[in-house]
Design a protein around this ligand. Structure first.
Ligand SMILES: C[S@@+](CC[C@H](N)C(=O)[O-])C[C@H]1O[C@@H](n2cnc3c(N)ncnc32)[C@H](O)[C@@H]1O
Length: 212
């Protein structure tokens, strides 16, 4: 999250949060932005398939760091939308694959925080990242915890530059962007591919899905 904001210096930021879950990414973003950039406007768009999870968020016990967002959690849990002067959040109750097709050239930041490629592969395929690319601005950045070569390949095959996102307080992760990013170590994709020729990106066809 923080590296993504270091790459996006704008007064208004559109974020795609894949997927909402308990909303930790979104809430941590609110906390970070309000502390560091109190005048920035943020718009969060987040799909979530599990309707009952969203409806039950109002009963969930969040860490006390999120106490300030109780009204936001309540509104999202009840209506799927929250809006004030500086914040817009919408949760789309449905399939992320369908939802992302609604956007073109929209997002500055994408949090790719789906379940792992092995447990939820449809949110990690080459075709999925093509739709993500279309939904992103050319200056946008994507962050993900996945460091799997097949994830990075699916990004690389869609013309993303792929970087190592490393820091002392978190495990190594990936940051990707259609523009080149300063301050991040580039993953040497051609070298990785030549050392691992058997590794392929996930494909919709092999999963038996078609979102065209
Ligand atoms: C790892 S959790 C997301 C955690 C979340 N980012 C957070 O900060 O709390 C993955 C979520 O993806 C949702 N999900 C799985 N497949 C989905 C799909 N095709 N479309 C939308 N949501 C999906 C699951 O219901 C689950 O809540």
């Amino acid at each position: 999250m923080i590296p993504a904001f270091s790459c996006v210096m704008k007064d208004e930021v559109n974020i795609l949060d894949i997927c909402y879950g308990l909303g930790f990414n979104t809430l941590a973003t609110l906390q970070y932005v309000q502390k560091k950039f109190p005048n920035k406007k943020i718009n969060v768009y987040s799909p979530e398939l599990d309707v009952s999870l969203v409806k039950s968020l109002k009963y969930f016990t969040y860490p006390k760091e999120f106490d300030a967002y109780k009204n936001i959690i309540l509104a999202l849990s009840k209506n799927g939308v929250y809006k004030d002067e500086n914040i817009y959040i919408e949760i789309f109750l449905g399939d992320a694959r369908e939802y992302i097709k609604n956007f073109t050239n929209k997002f500055d930041i994408v949090y790719q925080d789906a379940f792992s490629p092995s447990s939820n592969p449809v949110l990690w395929t080459k075709e999925y990242f093509l739709d993500i690319k279309k939904a992103m601005k050319s200056s946008g950045v994507l962050t993900t915890y996945s460091i799997a070569l097949r994830t990075r390949l699916a990004l690389y095959e869609n013309d993303f530059n792929v970087y190592l996102n490393t820091g002392e307080e978190f495990r190594d992760a990936t940051i990707a962007s259609l523009k080149t990013l300063d301050g991040f170590e580039a993953v040497k994709m051609e070298h990785k591919i030549s050392c691992n020729p058997q590794v392929k990106s996930l494909r919709d066809k092999e999963l038996g899905v078609d979102y065209t």
